[in-house]
Ligand binder design. Sequence first.
Ligand SMILES: [Fe+2]
Length: 212
Amino acid sequence: MLKNELYLLDILSIIIITKTILGGLIMKFNRPCSFDFDLTTGLSSSAVSKKRYLSDLKNMYQDEEARLKIESRLTYEYYDLGLPEEAGELSFGTSILYPGKVGNEYHMTKGHFHQRIDTPEVYYGLSGEGYMLMENMEGDVCWEKITPGNAVYVAKGYAHRMINTGTDPLVVFYTYEANAGHDYQTILDKGFRKICLDNNGPVFVDNPKWKE
Ligand SMILES: [Fe+2]
């Protein structure tokens, strides 16, 4: 067989395998299904989590020097189960934010707006303790406590970020319309108006790095 024909066969095989995997994933959600999530660790044995390290949060903490020294630290992980990002679908999963600080600033997630700005989200606390920090484009800022058994409603239009102020992993279950989309860039560019520092306990103060 010619070298070119072998090459073509390789490409065809890759296409067929990729289509089979993608087809399988889409088929999976055509019928009811279930996933396990541990109530304490938040981890699932039936899905693979996405991991975020301090290296993924460049310039997001006040003390960039402190972050650089520990940037290989796993900060949080969450599940993206691969639901089709289509109207009528619901994305869901757990998010696990590990305890710790960068300087005197508590561990936090990147935070984001939804690309479809009118899409809300629900977070339900499973274990650990912390806050959901939220703000909208008009400058309304608020934060709600996340504790086991407490559900936080992130109203449409509000960017949201989890903050772990405790000593255990902060574990939540979340769900939102699957076609919400994520806008991380606005937060990367501007930051949140408030930050959460440890001053003998959590305090929210103005973010000196915030850009209008
Ligand atoms: Fe969200």
